[in-house]
Design a protein around this ligand. Sequence first.
Ligand code: FE2
Ligand code: FE2
Length: 208
Amino acid sequence: MFNVDDLIGEFDRALRAIAGVAEAARRTPAEGVSEAQLSASEREHAVALMRVNHVGEVCAQALYQGQALTARNPGAKAALERAAREETEHLAWTERRIAELGGRKSLLNPAWYAGSFALGALAGLAGDRWNLGFLAETERQVVAHLGGHLLRLPEEDSRSRAIVETMREDEARHATSAVGHGAADLPEPAKAAMRLSSKVMTETAFWI
Ligand SMILES: [Fe+2]
Ligand SMILES: [Fe+2]
């Protein structure tokens, strides 16, 4: 199922996601949006939220790569790879925004990556319908999560907001595309378990 070239490619992607050398093909949605005068506490709050979003994108890299590696159907594989490219852009945008705000990324990124990669590969092994179902549900939960962040980000932080808004649109499209490629609807307990694990991740990444 795996060949050596794939594994080397994976290792390279993992290092890029964690080390922070992601490049975005699309310009950051913050471009041309002026920087707000934030108070120290607002800035700290914005950094914490953008760190959570950056971790989410590290996880997205790993999930998508894990899934694309195990997907059987070429259509599903291509859809996963297309979405993964947009996730790389999200990764670069959030990373850059954290740096602009003078913050730091999560110290636990290697662990987030490893856990998500394993989950993605497991979902992939369950077959394309479940693989895509897991993806669609992940993206729906991310859309809801990003909506929450738009309420929590400082009102004036338009640069962060522009990034989160574009990400939310992209994630919604990823969910729709997964459904279009035949995603199964996951059982409710699986959805609840996913919500719980992302709660652990987001609450931890807010601080660490
Ligand atoms: Fe994303
Ligand atoms: Fe996505």
